[in-house]
Design a binder for this molecule. Structure first.
Ligand SMILES: [Zn+2]
Length: 409
């Protein structure tokens, strides 16, 4: 029989009840006890104690349970009392992970939830946690966002290894573009967006697709040149979806020769007028992941197609083996919160909110101002676990859960 059996049953019952909104499941407690060394032949004899404990706990509020659990959790076995997140594959030597916010407005609850996992795993295994500010869209990048992203991430994660501005890496992106063109994996397309779309829908490529690498290099130079070059909208750099992926007949039209870079002459908040060709997300993400040696990526499900595109670029560059282990985390959809950065910025501009930290917003700075501690969100992520399941919730119910974690710090 295991040592301190009653205490352990109590601890696991609490843990399980907290996970399932107050109601523990006897089966889960038994399987936790197996990890502690319980023998199958002993199950029958421990069931009455488990049932008794569950009945007693059902009289407690969630808050009381949380307090009680904090007190007893140390006594649970190493494997169980440690953070509730599962182990990652190939992580023993440390992990390199990232968060790539676009500086188009304030970071909010959605960013906290989706990226807390990466922060926690870097804490667990050691390694590097990069925040790459994805600012290669000069039209949506706002100066104010840069320092706010740093402030917010320092507070909420507390373990950012380095902040990188994507726009400081333009020469690197250009270098990779040149390689992709030279190896026949990318071409300059001068068709109108409508014409390309029309052909792509039929599973056909345009004539630009057939150009030689040397002609494409010439056209790429024309894209870069302000004086004699193409104007905005006149040319776009495309990835040539390989034949083994179906080429222009890939079952998903969005995978057919997707764009890698475009001309945009809008003044950039940091780089000003220095560049006119801007890489699109799939290119900059791929280049940065390769260069920074990304090992594991945890991102929203809405990025599944992008991950496929990025893997194609990895393969085109001959480094598919280095493609990071990727997990697509389920989304938490709030029924009553505005979580679009651009819409938040717009509403602030219209005077609907006092600023980025208006208490009626679910921005990181507003959450901080309301007295929440980062620990509460860490615990939330651990309790929720690494899941692909989406959840729909209203903000009141959500913050009730967070309140439970927040008060016990
Ligand atoms: Zn074309």
């Amino acid at each position: 029989m295991i040592k301190d059996l009653k205490e352990k049953i109590h601890g696991y019952a609490l843990k399980n009840a907290l996970h399932y909104n107050g109601k523990a499941n006897p089966g889960s407690i038994v399987s936790a006890l197996f990890n502690e060394g319980l023998e199958k032949s002993e199950v029958k004899s421990v069931m009455p104690e488990i049932q008794k404990t569950i009945d007693e706990l059902s009289k407690l509020s969630l808050e009381e349970m949380q307090k009680e659990y904090e007190r007893v959790k140390e006594k649970l076995s190493e494997r169980e009392s440690r953070e509730g997140l599962p182990e990652l594959p190939n992580a023993e030597k440390g992990v390199i992970m990232r968060f790539r916010p676009a500086p188009s407005g304030p970071l909010h609850l959605g960013h906290i939830i989706a990226n807390m996992y990466s922060s926690l795993y870097v804490k667990r295994y050691g390694g590097r946690f990069y925040v790459v500010i994805d600012d290669t869209d000069p039209e949506t990048s706002i100066k104010e966002a840069y320092k706010n992203i740093r402030k917010d991430c320092d507070w909420i994660f507390g373990n950012v290894t380095e902040y990188i501005n994507a726009s400081d890496r333009m020469e690197l992106y250009y270098k990779y573009i040149k390689t992709l063109i030279e190896t026949g994996n990318s071409y300059v397309c001068t068709c109108t967006a409508e014409k390309f779309k029309e052909l792509a829908a039929k599973g056909e490529g345009c004539s630009c697709r057939e150009k030689s690498p040397s002609d494409n290099l010439k056209d790429w130079k024309r894209m870069l040149s302000v004086k004699s070059g193409f104007k905005e909208g006149e040319a776009v750099l495309r990835f040539k979806t390989p034949e083994e992926e179906g080429g222009m007949k890939n079952p998903n039209p969005a995978m057919r020769d997707f764009p890698l870079a475009r001309i945009n002459e809008t003044e950039h908040p940091l780089q000003k007028k220095k560049y006119r060709i801007w890489p699109l997300m799939n290119l900059s993400v791929t280049v940065d992941d390769i260069e920074l040696g990304m090992t594991h990526v945890i991102r929203g499900k809405d990025h599944k197609d992008n991950a496929k595109r990025q893997r194609m670029i990895y393969r085109a560059l001959g480094v598919e083996k280095k493609f990071p282990w990727t997990f697509f985390i389920g989304r938490i959809k709030f029924t009553d919160l505005e979580l679009s950065k651009r819409k938040i910025v717009k509403a602030i501009g219209e005077g609907k909110y006092s600023g980025w930290d208006d208490p009626n917003l679910a921005t990181v700075s507003a959450i901080k101002k309301r007295g929440y501690k980062p620990e509460a969100f860490r615990k939330f992520a651990e309790e929720r676990g690494l899941t692909e399941v989406d959840k729909v919730i209203n903000s009141k119910d959500f913050f009730k859960i967070i309140d439970g974690f927040n008060k016990n710090n």
